[in-house]
Design a protein. Sequence first.
Length: 227
Amino acid sequence: MRLRLPEERPTEPPTGYKIAHPVLSQDGTRAGFTGVSLGGALPYGVLDDARCVYGRRHRAPHRRCDCGFHCVHERAVAEAMLCTAEHRAAVLLEVSVLGAYIRFERGFRHACQRVRVATVGPCGCGTAAAALADAGWGRPGWRALTAACAECVRGRTSLSLASFARLAGEGLRVRASGGSAAAASGPVLAANGLGVPELAAEAALLQARLDWFQSQLARLRDRGAQG
């Protein structure tokens, strides 16, 4: 006789927390995330279904496989993962657990999820993030992004936090946390509608890019004059 796992039928989707790397498609038309462990090879959207990372045809999550989305119950547990060296550039995600799921002591393994909020840490220089910029690595067809302030963006491919939220869609909210520039962090950056802090961050990012382009033009002019 086979033992059946107890079934849950919640009135609302459970909430979970996880860490991931934000990514931008090669053509710049899509934004999403990629995991930090087994699922790292399969970038996913804000609202997406899990696929077996081993290429098997069963539905995720399968009891005899470790496929499916993974998340933990407690925010503090996910935040603790960001302390490790290999995960410093990841962002914290708050997700809704959708579809079939298997509950574990510390979290869920589930079939579908919606990313509700992405919290971006400070830039590597310690300043609050104003953008997500090319991290220098990626997956086939996807560029990994990392937190960057307006000064550190320079000429790299980048998106402001609000622009990333709009591109990712599905009502995603992106916010900055930590760092020394309070004006750049501000409240939640929503996918629709920009407030004063968001516009200030956008303006700082544009000004930094303009300064960088002007410096490059000046350098080219100097070379032309010397030639």
